[in-house]
Design a protein around this ligand. Structure first.
Ligand SMILES: [Zn+2]
Length: 370
């Protein structure tokens, strides 16, 4: 394994990857909430993290099970959550994170507790914050697992940004800020511009690395034997069309990827995202054991209360959208009319046009408007 843990290369690397200015502006507004009291007292969950670097910490959540939890307000090295599962014979890493430094951080955490060979690293889906650090795995000969279409989606969505003219990429988003019809629409458009600027910077600072171990959803679920510990990989609809989860049924632990945003507004922009499919997936999660621990794609680890909460958010978006739909409000306007209720005021909104706006547009499409 290449050792990034000492010497000049790591310092230089981290200096380089920590300067996504626009992205930092988005992420610094997203602090990580504290671990819920119920989980803090759960005997499976370690009271203190194995390691805490600010931008992310790694915590034991079961026998051989660890969760990597990001705090975006403290840096962009990882941004999403992940984790690893270490059996007696081999280990499975979850997520490629936003930077190779993030994947390296998680690998180092694994090596603090286990020296077993790594069977694979799984991207739960293709999105940049889960895949742009994949090059670390490539450089270390670790097989990279993902949904069969993840490699294609990474290439289609992120290659065109590399070397692209910045004005060409951002022009339409800047125009939406200028042309906004109200202060609300202007703020929404500005949040979208900030997010896309950050994505442009990250794509141009990254070496894209593609999964070489495609998982055909038609052949799932599949059970992976790690030696005394079995992980089940499943595919479910909702967030990106490439979503995978990892379950450890023996211990009631689920790594959900972005099918769960805990205490956030869900990111629904993806062309393959489906609101009805996602809500059906969440109903399935709600039927899991009442003692299930969920490691969400973003936000703090949680129990069933986290599933109940995101279902309530979807219910609220759908209820408000339905009123607008029935009143004949056009979709372009309805996307900006949603009002965040008091109980969700603390929920981060990554960018309006990546979360609430497209959720409303997709609901309208499902209800059958032009
Ligand atoms: Zn995602």
């Amino acid at each position: 394994m290449i050792d990034f843990s000492r010497g000049y290369s790591r310092r230089k690397f981290l200096a380089h990857t920590s300067c996504f200015g626009a992205f930092h502006a988005v992420a610094k507004l997203i602090p990580l909430s504290a671990l819920a009291a119920e989980l803090a007292s759960d005997s499976r969950v370690s009271a203190t993290p194995l390691v805490d670097k600010g931008f992310a910490s790694v915590r034991k959540i079961g026998e051989g099970l660890y969760a990597t939890i990001s705090d975006p307000s403290k840096g962009n090295t990882t941004l999403c959550n992940g984790g690893f599962i270490a059996g007696k014979d081999s280990a499975l890493l979850i997520e490629g994170f936003t930077t190779a430094g993030g994947a390296s951080f998680q690998m180092e955490a694994l090596r603090m507790v286990s020296q077993v060979p790594v069977k694979g690293a799984l991207d739960t889906h293709y999105h940049f914050d889960h895949s742009m650090g994949n090059a670390f795995y490539g450089a270390n000969g670790i097989p990279l697992w993902a949904h069969a279409t993840t490699a294609k989606r990474i290439v289609e969505n992120y290659s065109p940004l590399q070397g692209a003219d910045k004005d060409a990429v951002l022009g339409s988003f800047e125009k939406q800020v200028k042309d906004a019809k109200s202060e609300t629409e202007r703020q929404h458009a500005q949040s979208d511009l900030n997010a896309v600027t950050g994505l442009y910077q990250i794509a141009n600072a990254s070496i894209l690395a593609l999964p070489n171990h495609p998982l055909d959803p038609a052949k799932l679920p599949v059970t992976i034997d790690l030696g005394g510990l079995s992980a089940v990989i499943e595919s479910h609809p909702g967030h990106s069309g490439t979503d995978m989860i990892v379950r450890v049924p023996q211990q009631n632990v689920v790594y959900t990827g972005d099918l769960l945003f805990n205490g956030w507004y869900p990111v629904c922009f993806d062309e393959k995202a489906t609101v009805s499919g996602w809500r059906a997936t969440l109903a399935r999660f709600a039927a899991y054991d009442k003692d299930t621990i969920f490691v969400p794609g973003h936000g703090q680890i949680c129990g069933q209360e986290g599933i109940a909460s995101i279902r309530e958010v979807f219910d609220d978006i759908a209820a408000q959208a339905e009123k607008l739909f029935k009143a004949g409000v056009p979709v372009s306007e309805a996307q900006h009319r949603y009002v965040v209720p008091d109980k969700f005021k603390s929920f981060p909104i990554f960018a309006w046009g990546f979360t609430i706006g497209p959720a409303i547009a997709k609901l309208y499409a499902e209800w059958g408007t032009k």
